[in-house]
Design a protein around this ligand. Structure first.
Ligand SMILES: C[S@@+](CC[C@H](N)C(=O)[O-])C[C@H]1O[C@@H](n2cnc3c(N)ncnc32)[C@H](O)[C@@H]1O
Length: 445
């Protein structure tokens, strides 16, 4: 037996360049799943952020990346006709939240929609009907998970992380977030600067609710009474009824509350817990709900069909689904279940909220028998354990809401192998300029 290494060699950047000159030239073949340009060289893949298919670029090595190498682009030698000027001054070199601001609108949308087409093809449904992508406009994201880092001089950096690094981009602006959140950057940075509870690092989750911005502050030291008073004054000055605080990853507590928080979910008022999951943009939420309801409508559910809403959060999908039948809403997070349960009671009892960890205790085939349809909206890594039970059950209709085409492709392949077929698929771009894509995919057995 030969012991010759058969793995493709790691690509090498060309050596012999003049000192200070770029060490290699590459032609970009395609965009990878993280939105980076990928050059497929004879020796392997080279990932080059900020490039576009068809471009010729000069780059120098910047370390390994998976099976290949990453490079830093030093010059765009032959730009793509699809290249545009990125609107944000922090894009690429400081902030890693967006990957594709340099890509013109139409080819960007085609690439993103293509991610869903590709995911369904990988799952064995190359001819699945994929609708046009619904796009949430820039400046409409209502949820931000910002990093806070104390700087050597005592100041604080506030923003998203840099690409593939723990560095915090200290943001003056953001083109994806709602301006009501962006205008809090400066005062929040100043507040954090004056808070001894922020020793080295922390985070600030901002949710824009109907009652105003809601802040969950996580710090690495305790908050005393005088700092709570500072938070209360900050909340009052910026129209924020509640500010919650947590030490590291501990459960949050209310540090300052001047009034109730509220969010309307399809006509039902809920009080989201601090840092609650919300669909990223109102237009994205509306498109997801419309696609889920359309997916069920096309299946003509029996009149008294019960619907299981799995990974239900605070009920974003449960309440609109209750127009179609009684809903059993399963969710793992205790605070989200409590908010959903309170909303359900106010809404008149067609939604039942149940706390359950669906990774450890997925709904079993005997339990799934009670439902005419299952809607699931799992976290980023998908729903391996729950899908394994769905395929063993007799449930005829599944609507899968996904924020990760890679996990979707894997879970959809399991459904397809068990005899499910895609009846409708809708891409929803509520993570503008990022490589992330929300999708709603309906399956029928
Ligand atoms: C993508 S969010 C969807 C929430 C909701 N459907 C919505 O549209 O707002 C995923 C939800 O799954 C919940 N979750 C994560 N892991 C879970 C698990 N193992 N069991 C049950 N729920 C889980 C999270 O708490 C979160 O609320």
């Amino acid at each position: 037996m030969s012991n010759i290494e058969t793995r493709p060699e790691t690509p090498r950047f060309r050596t012999g360049a003049e000192p200070g000159q770029p060490a290699g030239e590459f032609t970009i073949d395609r965009l990878g799943t993280a939105g980076d340009g990928v050059a497929e060289t004879a020796e392997g893949l080279v990932f080059l952020a900020g490039t576009l298919p068809g471009e010729r670029v000069a780059a120098r090595p910047a370390g390994r990346r998976g099976e290949g190498l990453a490079g830093d682009v030093t010059e765009i030698l032959a730009p793509s006709p699809d290249r545009v000027t990125p609107p944000c001054p922090h894009f690429l070199h400081e902030c890693g939240a967006c990957a594709l601001q340099h890509f013109a609108e139409a080819p960007y949308a085609a690439w993103k929609r293509g991610r869903l087409v590709e995911a369904l093809a990988r799952a064995g449904q190359p001819d699945a009907p994929v609708a046009e992508m619904v796009v949430a406009a820039p400046g409409t994201r209502r949820r931000a998970d910002l990093a806070l880092r104390r700087l050597p001089g005592g100041g604080v950096a506030l923003g998203f992380h840099a690409r593939g690094s723990a560095a915090v981009a200290d943001l003056s602006t953001c083109h994806v977030l709602d301006p009501a959140l962006v205008q809090l950057f400066r005062p929040l940075r100043e507040l954090a600067r004056r808070l001894p509870a922020l020793r080295k690092e922390g985070s600030a989750v901002l949710n824009l609710l109907d009652s105003g911005p809601d802040l969950l502050l996580r710090t690495d030291a305790k908050l005393d009474a005088s700092q709570r008073a500072m938070l209360a004054a900050f909340g009052q000055a910026h129209g924020m009824p509640r500010i919650a605080w947590a030490l590291g990853d501990a459960a949050p507590e209310n540090a300052a509350q001047a009034g109730p928080v509220r969010l309307d979910l399809s006509g039902v008022t809920v009080a989201p817990p601090p840092g609650a999951f919300l669909q990223a943009a109102p237009a994205g939420e509306a498109a997801i709900i419309a696609a889920v309801l359309a997916g069920l409508a096309a299946q003509k559910l029996p009149v008294r069909a019960r619907i299981a809403d799995l990974y239900a959060g605070i009920g974003t999908l449960s309440f609109p689904l209750s127009a179609k039948g009684r809903v059993a809403a399963y969710e793992g997070d205790a605070a989200a279940v409590a908010a959903l349960d309170a909303g359900a009671r106010r809404a008149g009892g067609r939604v039942e909220a149940i706390r359950r960890d669906l990774a450890y205790r997925p709904l079993l085939p005997a339990e799934l028998k009670a439902f005419g349809a299952v809607v699931l909206d799992p976290p980023y890594n998908g729903a391996v354990e729950q899908v394994a039970q769905i395929v063993r059950s007799t449930v005829p209709v599944v609507v899968y809401v996904s924020c990760n085409p890679v996990a979707l492709a894997r879970d959809a392949a399991v459904l397809v192998r068990a005899g499910f077929k895609v009846t409708q698929a809708t891409p929803v771009d509520q993570f503008r300029w990022s490589p992330h894509l929300e999708s709603v995919v309906s399956f029928r057995r």
